[in-house]
Write a new protein. Structure first.
Length: 184
């Protein structure tokens, strides 16, 4: 049961966002910029960083919903997310992304845990300053989102099909338009 009175039937972050619409817009805009920008990090890689960080934070709703978006973008049959959660060093992802996930893992522990050696290793794998910046910001933002969801004791559906649908919707619509009614 949530710590505060949240609207019925809205899991994870959706309940607190409905409770506080004035904070919803900037939170969704931040997620939109962080996860749907495509430059040298793909949309799929960005979602994987968010899911990975959320998994390390033990936030079931965020790790599973963003994992579903990443799996959708990678091709669900690839099962990249589960393999990354199990061991990112052996997952079927690029060496650059592995190096960036090491940075994300350090951010999840605390910003001062990121080392110059990790940054240099990411650069050696082809990461740009923008990649490093965005990885740190995605991981830091998802620590905040995870604590928002779990700090209010929101509920999360256990049915994987719910997340598969949610992941597809997030991948296709993004975050700013996620809660808007869609044409039939």
């Amino acid at each position: 049961m949530a710590h505060i009175q949240l609207p019925e039937g809205l899991p994870g972050i959706l309940g607190p966002m409905a409770f506080s619409p004035e904070t919803t817009k900037p939170l969704n805009q931040l997620a939109e910029v962080l996860l749907r920008t495509s430059d040298t990090l793909t949309h799929a890689e960005r979602e994987l960083i968010a899911s990975f960080t959320s998994r390390r934070n033990d936030c079931f709703f965020c790790s599973t919903s963003h994992g579903a978006a990443a799996d959708y973008l990678h091709g669900r049959e690839a099962n990249v997310v589960q393999q990354t959660w199990d061991n990112y060093q052996t997952a079927p992802i690029s060496s650059k992304l592995k190096a960036l996930l090491a940075i994300a893992a350090s951010v999840q522990q605390g910003g001062k845990h990121v080392t110059a050696e990790q940054v240099e290793a990411a650069r050696m794998e082809g990461a740009t300053d923008k990649d490093i910046h965005d990885t740190v910001l995605i991981a830091a933002a998802f620590c905040m989102y995870n604590r928002y969801v779990d700090g209010l004791a929101t509920w999360a559906p256990q049915d994987p099909a719910v997340y598969a649908d949610m992941g597809e919707k997030l991948a296709n619509l993004g975050y700013v338009h996620f809660n808007e009614p869609q044409p039939a």
